[in-house]
Write a protein that binds this ligand. Sequence first.
Ligand code: BF8
Ligand code: SF4
Length: 672
Amino acid sequence: MPRYRDLTHTARPSDAPRVVDPKNPIRTTDPGALQMLEMIKERKIETVYDRVVAQQPQCTFGYNGICCRICIAGPCRVKKEEGPGSRGICGATAYTIVSRNLVRMIAGGAASHSEHARHVLHTAHSLVEGHAPDYEIKSPAKLIKLAEKLGIATLNRGNMEILKDVVELGYADFGRYQDRPLAFLDSFLTEGRRKKFHETNIMPRNIDGSITELIAQTAMGVDSDPVNIIFGGLKSSLADLGGEYIGTNLSDVLFGIPEPIVSEANLGVINPKMVNIAVHGHNPVLSEMVVAAARVMKEEAIKAGAEGVNIVGICCTGNELLMREGVYLATSSASQEMAILTGALDAMVVDIQCIYPAVQTVAECFHTKVITTEAIMKIPGAQHIAFDTTTAMEDAKKLISIAIKAFKNRDPKKVSIPSEKHKLVAGFSLEALTEIFSKICPERPISVLTDAILSGQLKGVCLMAGCNNLKRAQDESHLIVLKELVKNDVLVISTGCSSGAFAKFGLMSPLAVEAYAGDGLKAFFKTLEAANPQLATGLPLVFHMGSCVDNSRGADLAVAMANELGVDIPKVPFVASAPEAMHEKAVAIGSWCVSLGLPTHVGSLPPLEGSDLVYGIATQIAHDVFGGNFIFEVDPNIGAKKLLDALEYRTWKLSVHKKTAEKNNTPLAQGW
Ligand code: BF8
Ligand code: SF4
């Protein structure tokens, strides 16, 4: 059972309101978005902030996960505690309906992340085959490291030859039928997790099969056992992690390993004198090419009367480009429409995921061109330009020409750009962090972090991830959780829209360390900075690890810490938090975090409260089986306290076990 120091805390969420201020349309705290809304208030353009209010109150059956639409005898709702109304038409009870609905979200998340990974894999494959002339192996070092992890021979072999084998193994991971584990996943797990996943029968052998199996398992009249269904879900969540691992690592091979880099964030990065193009979505395969094309098309933009081409990022495509190229981050998920409202965005080029269909509706009030680029992602009214990796540069140039043409139609009277923007330092891949630590201890770099925890200087590590969910005001929960954690000396790494929130508020900067970090964290940063004079700036309050698929970098760090400490992940003072989770991808990530053995806070409740059994499995029984558990808590202050409790408990227990092992000269206890 998870333990809480504060005895008023239980596995149940507090009584904090589930939707804060449901009638208030000002549902953001982002200073850039607030400025934007103020600027356009006379014009009354509908945005997500209006629609979320219009949706209130949301359906309680759906909210609790007790509405089943799996077959067309339904929809069935669990309406009563007992009798025929307590079951669906087929007799499915609440625990079956809730668990089926939940794991189908995991399947959606796993499909999304791995579709992204598949695209990166296809690109690498085209490169190997000689059909992707505009791409290259930017990081041979990463390729070698990855190949070695995967057991692929590297000695006396050319890079393309090695990449060919890596790609083949990646493809096999999507469709393997032999009884062997997913290679990319298996390549980085701790021994303890490998054993646990085999014992619990959740080690996936392929990605596509795990997702398909889960959909089949949860079809009408198949599995009704909630425990079996949830374990099926966890298997898919691990397939999701495998997919993320492929996505992150192959992106690093093709586009480079992120290193500390300085940039800026929030709507003020949109430049009134330039052709502004927002790249939005998740996939670096297209957006990296847009950045490259923008560099060579500067002259054309100048001819059109602009000073050049300004690429800005939104959501995780933005994070990918920020991490590797230092591209400005305009905004994050919930405020994506705001970028168009500036009236100075000439094109929004989108790939996949988290793109509101509403961007086209807003764009129609301006000159902005919304351009979709992937076969599975079109928006009525938007222009579609199929992006092909074999003609990547040519396609990217086409996109930029459209933006330059649109720039000429920009209406200066409609331009109003918020001044808000903040400097930031991003680019903290695990390699970059390891490099920084290695300046203190070259032999065992991760010991710099684990020793700081064991000595009490740091309380532990938290991976902050996830989206915006407007049940509370945008970004508020991300900020509250972060501030509470850093004040208590927790080292925070972040991804996705959590990173977006911190960047937009100026918290991803060295200046924020002085204002918000606790003494231990400050001292830790000072030691690192003193040993790393090569860093152009000081270290930021929070380390940006990348996009949503880059949560795999967080998993990598948890594994490295476990190996350094000689324990499995459930004993490592490492927690995760998604204070504003929204997407199915977040459900998949949260589920593999728990399977890996991490206490995982989620600030917006997934639809599972309709079954006490399923709720109990997620928040308590999971801890007994995997050492990780969900902490569902909508109040970010309480959520942060529960995370701190979990870290404190782990550090205390680990220290006791270490002392006992040293005193008695016995192996370190592995139980959690
Ligand atoms: O993949 S954090 S809202 S943008 S799902 Fe989407 Fe959530 Fe943002 Fe990135 Ni991740
Ligand atoms: Fe209703 Fe059962 Fe069909 Fe679900 S599967 S909609 S509970 S009949």
